[in-house]
Design a protein around this ligand. Structure first.
Ligand code: CMP
Length: 132
């Protein structure tokens, strides 16, 4: 069954000029980009996106990073897109992420771990609604 998922390319991707290379991976895989836009996220929206992490010690650092420059947000569709994209993205900590995943190939630190993708159908709906 086709699913929609939300992806955000973080400010490190824009600064490092990796937008094209990362989007290429999703297109090569056969996923379809339904919506895409670039924006600088207002602090309130960043806090809503990451509300589940509000009590974590890295929350302030994360919000400061996410609002530090432009991001690219997308809605991507495909068969089992949520889990396929999560697999392609790799583990949160790029040092732990498998080589061959986006974080494993391009990343070395957090919170600047290149991208965010929804982890469930409910979060995909919620995150898509926040941005589109
Ligand atoms: P993301 O998949 O967007 O979900 C939550 C984000 O918090 C995560 O990617 C990282 O950017 C950030 N994050 C998670 N753990 C840490 C950590 N220990 N230190 C700093 N940032 C973190």
């Amino acid at each position: 069954m086709k699913e929609k998922t939300f992806i955000m390319l973080k400010p490190d991707v824009v600064k490092r000029k990796l937008i094209g290379r990362i989007i290429q991976r999703f297109e090569d895989k056969g996923l379809e980009i339904l919506e895409i836009k670039m924006l600088k996220i207002p602090k309130e929206l960043a806090e809503k996106l990451y509300e589940e992490h509000r009590n974590r010690d890295f929350f302030e650092k994360l919000i400061n990073f996410i609002t530090s420059g432009k991001v690219v947000v997308m809605v991507i569709e495909g068969e089992r897109a949520i889990s396929v994209v999560r697999k392609m993205m790799g583990k949160t900590d790029p040092l732990e992420a498998e080589v061959g995943t986006i974080r494993g190939d391009f990343g070395y630190s957090t919170p600047d771990n290149l991208l965010h993708a929804s982890d469930s159908e409910d979060s995909a709906k919620r995150e898509i609604n926040l941005f589109f």
